[in-house]
Design a protein around this ligand. Structure first.
Ligand code: HEC
Length: 148
């Protein structure tokens, strides 16, 4: 293993240990599902705006991007080993392919941050931004969430 890879892996493991210790005391499955439910609610509002079924509302756009950003920041810590089983649709791949899962979360956060200004610029920008951000939802679910 290259030194840089080794360092990066060690760093991620340390951070993961520190964060799981905190959330394991609460209910990580319920918490991560609540965050995702809010993701879904916000995506629904944005899709309506893009389709023209609802007027463009910068306050709601901002709220959606804020909430997605919050989800991306908190999500990774909500998958301790103890939460593999239970009332969850998370696939085992979350734990067996942890680096890929973390990369998917990081990409989601980056796309939310990179597209925020565009989304705030008006309805046309929002449409492009939704395409970029929304792709993350489907890609990650395909790889890491059980179909219903
Ligand atoms: C990095 C991966 C990832 C990204 C990005 C992601 N999700 Fe999810 N999502 C998951 C996983 C994993 C679950 C299953 C959680 C569980 O059941 O423990 C889930 C569950 C859900 C659920 C079901 C929640 C429930 O009530 O059980 C909804 C709705 C959802 N996601 C919407 C979204 C939307 C909308 C986006 C994009 C704006 C998004 N997700 C982005 C991984 C992701």
């Amino acid at each position: 293993m290259k030194l840089s890879t080794w360092l990066a892996t060690g760093l991620v493991a340390t951070v993961a240990l520190a964060t799981t210790a905190v959330v394991a005391q609460q209910d990580p499955i319920a918490t991560r599902k609540d965050l995702m439910k809010a993701n879904g609610r916000n995506a629904g509002v944005i899709v309506k705006m893009v389709k023209g079924e609802e007027a463009y509302d910068p306050a709601k756009v901002k709220a959606a991007f804020d909430q997605w950003d919050e989800t991306a920041s908190k999500f990774g810590a909500l998958f301790p080993d103890s939460s593999k089983e239970g009332d969850t649709r998370a696939l085992p791949a979350v734990w067996t392919e942890r680096a890929k899962f973390d990369a998917a979360i990081a990409k989601f956060k980056k796309d939310v941050d990179d597209n925020r200004a565009k989304a705030m610029s008006g309805a046309d920008g929002l449409k492009v931004a939704l395409g970029a951000v929304g792709k993350n939802c489907g890609d990650c679910h395909e790889a890491f969430r059980k179909p219903q």
